[in-house]
Ligand binder design. Structure first.
Ligand code: AMP
Length: 217
């Protein structure tokens, strides 16, 4: 099962991808996580891309496509994977078509007002990358990761000034992908209209959509 998760920044792609990863036991590939890790480790790639992440701009297609090509060719992706945050441009989508055949696309549709509230409330574990939300997915102990005990922090690009720019970039560059995929593969759209919708309800709707397409039993 090879899936793409589409949706605006803060629509819940990361949360849903990691839930589906556990349910179906397939790798979740987040280009944002890969890039943040490269920056944390101060690799050559990390140094090159930091300015894009800091300002909410997209990393150039050529770099992203190479990173994904290499990751998808790893043996653990043979039986399937979920892409979270890739593709984000038409050029990336076309490049992906040449690398592998995708079975379906999941589209998380969330109004902008809800997204801004959610992103401001997002916290991430510095150690293991687990994602929390102070509105709907609170850690048991304030500012501490439930899973590994690591400290939680707010991503620099989740600050309000950068959120606006990321949203603008999303509408211009990534939203058109929905039409691209609707013409090519099945698209499962799940809509979330409230700030505190429990993530498990969204997961249920995605799984029901995958069942309908006979991608899972
Ligand atoms: P995310 O964690 O998916 O919100 O990604 C965080 C940041 O990483 C984005 O704002 C971009 O700067 C960069 N990024 C992640 N995925 C991509 C992609 N597919 N294409 C270009 N830039 C990306």
């Amino acid at each position: 099962m090879k899936l793409i998760m589409l949706g605006a920044p803060g629509s819940g792609k990361g949360t849903q991808t990691s839930r589906l990863k556990s349910i179906f036991n397939i790798p979740a590939i987040s280009t944002g996580d890969i890039f943040r890790n490269e920056i944390k480790e101060s690799t050559e790639l990390g140094k090159k891309i930091k300015k894009y992440l800091d300002s909410g701009q997209l990393v150039p297609d050529k770099i992203v496509i190479e990173v994904i090509r290499e990751r998808i060719n790893q043996p653990d992706c043979k039986n399937g994977f979920i892409l979270d945050g890739f593709p984000r441009t038409l050029e990336q989508a076309r490049a992906l078509d040449e690398i592998v055949k995708i079975d379906a696309c999941i589209n998380l549709s969330v109004p902008k007002e809800i997204i801004v509230k959610r992103l401001s409330a997002r916290r991430v574990c510095k150690n293991c990358g687990a994602v929390y939300n102070l509105l709907v997915l609170k850690p048991k102990v304030d500012e501490i990761c439930d899973k590994c005990g690591g400290p939680l922090y707010q991503r620099d690009d989740d600050k309000e000034s950068v959120i606006e720019e990321r949203f603008r970039v999303y509408e211009k560059q990534t939203e058109p992908l929905l039409e691209y995929y609707k013409k090519r593969i099945p698209v499962i759209t799940v809509t979330c209209n409230s700030v505190d919708a429990p993530p498990e309800l969204i997961t249920e709707q995605i799984v029901a959509g995958l069942k309908k397409l006979n991608l899972v039993s």
